[in-house]
Ligand binder design. Sequence first.
Ligand SMILES: Nc1ncnc2c1ncn2[C@@H]1O[C@H](COP(=O)(O)OS(=O)(=O)O)[C@@H](OP(=O)(O)O)[C@H]1O
Length: 303
Amino acid sequence: MATAGISFSPVGPVPFEDVDGELPASERPAPEGIDDGDDHLADMVSSLPSKMEVNLPLKLRLYRGFWLAEIHVPAAVALRRRFVPRPDDVIVASLPKCGTTWLIALTFATMARHVHHPPTSAPASASSHPLHRLNPHQCLPFLEGLFAPVLMPDVSFAETLESYRDDDGGAKIYGPFWDHILGYWHASTEVPDNVLFLRYEELLRDPAGNVRKMARFVGLPFSEAEEEAGTVEAIVELCSLDRMRGFEANRTGYVDAQRKIPRETLFRKGVVGDWVNHMTPEMARRVDDIVADKFSGTGLTFK
Ligand SMILES: Nc1ncnc2c1ncn2[C@@H]1O[C@H](COP(=O)(O)OS(=O)(=O)O)[C@@H](OP(=O)(O)O)[C@H]1O
């Protein structure tokens, strides 16, 4: 099992109120301190365990079992207490470097296809699809009800995975990796109508099949007419790594010129098994051991 080459991309409306047996969001009391000068919140944040990020000059706080950037904790608290998802909201929840950008592109292109038609016959360069002008992360605000996490800095998946290991010195943002993955894995088996669990390798192996699966999951299955017109293949093509790299939005060398985030942060090789170029056999063995230990008995496997 090539554990270090695995990426995980669970998609789906997360049943917030079910996560830990708390009251439904709509019935929870308003959070103290968020609206009124927030002394309580500041105290709460500074009382949380803290560590530095292993790759970044960033202070993390352990909030509800996960390492978040300290500056994001107040928003996470507010979101947790106040966000009441609508039944048709879709949240793309993927760890950094696990194929988030691709998944957002596919989800956006699929969900927005009746407004922004994927080019089925015209040359892709002639299309006015938003994905030509904006990187996938920037497309999110254009589709109500589709949410996803933030853009991450320039490190590869192998580096990310390696740094998710337990480490006394620091922690990895959004980690522990294993708990994140297992949380969504268990949710996908318990409430399969609400959580769809996808693997990067599966997407690479059968992008069209997985786009169909995702479309059914979000309640927008492809019609016969769409199938005949080649809409699924058009979406896959539109979102392919080569196409994305060449789009106007990504041609400058930066996916975010203002924040100086280089294109390769989002669009690099996109292959399975590149971990051999980043990890020593010893590192790979260690990761394999951790995976075997953490995932044993959970039913979660990778082929
Ligand atoms: N369209 C498309 N098709 C296939 N693969 C793609 C695509 N877009 C991005 N990628 C690859 O995804 C990896 C980046 O992961 P993320 O998008 O999660 O990064 S980020 O956290 O949002 O910064 C990174 O993988 P690696 O090449 O292994 O580094 C990207 O190359």
